[in-house]
Design a protein around this ligand. Structure first.
Ligand SMILES: [Zn+2]
Length: 195
């Protein structure tokens, strides 16, 4: 019970952070929850009708719009840069709307379950959604950093060795900051530290 309370509180606190609009809704959601808690058997009936939404997995392996360079096109020319700005801003918008959706979805789910099994599954659903959202926030930060790099004319070049990252790699991973060689070295080093 203690854990449930703190998890719900966490969800609500996180919700407040996202937008003021959502924060306003959050106190309303709290009130609703209290009401629902009072009529717990009625709530249970309603809940059973609700089809459980499976939280979207964030793999980072997103499919981006393709780009076909013209013959003799120079690396990181205006049209390539334009393409990457579009990809990155679209991606960021998508992530932000996912976060908003998760918040309102969690508020809909803030129901007091009488059945401990329902309660347990609600808790793990929420924990998963909070983790996903945390990952989304980090990704948004990374996208912001990438857009800043574009602004500074540093985009497309390896942060470690200064070589071209390459159009092909960037089209698959627009937020890449290392060339494939430096990235591979980095991963080997990480593995050794982990051992
Ligand atoms: Zn490099």
């Amino acid at each position: 019970m203690v854990q449930k309370k703190s998890l719900m509180q966490k969800a609500l606190d996180a919700a407040k952070k996202v937008t003021k609009k959502v924060a306003a809704k959050s106190s309303a959601a709290k009130k609703v929850t209290k009401k629902v808690a009072a009529k717990s058997s009625a709530a249970k009936k309603v809940t059973k009708k609700v089809v459980k939404k499976v939280p979207k997995k964030i793999t980072g392996l997103r499919k981006f719009n393709s780009y076909t360079p013209k013959a003799n096109e120079s690396y990181m020319n205006k049209s390539q840069i334009k393409h990457f700005i579009k990809i990155l801003t679209d991606w960021k918008l998508e992530l932000s709307s996912d976060i908003d959706r998760t918040v309102s979805h969690m508020q809909d789910e803030l129901t007091a379950y009488a059945d401990p099994n329902d309660r347990a599954s609600q808790e793990s659903d929420m924990a998963l959604e909070l983790r996903n959202r945390d990952r989304e926030r980090k990704l948004i930060k990374k996208i912001d950093g990438t857009l800043k790099n574009i602004d500074n004319d540093e985009y497309g070049y390896c942060a470690a060795c200064g070589e071209k990252i390459g159009l092909k790699r960037l089209l698959a991973r627009p937020t890449a900051t290392l060339c494939i060689d430096c990235k591979t070295l980095d991963e080997i080093r990480e593995k050794q530290i982990a051992k």
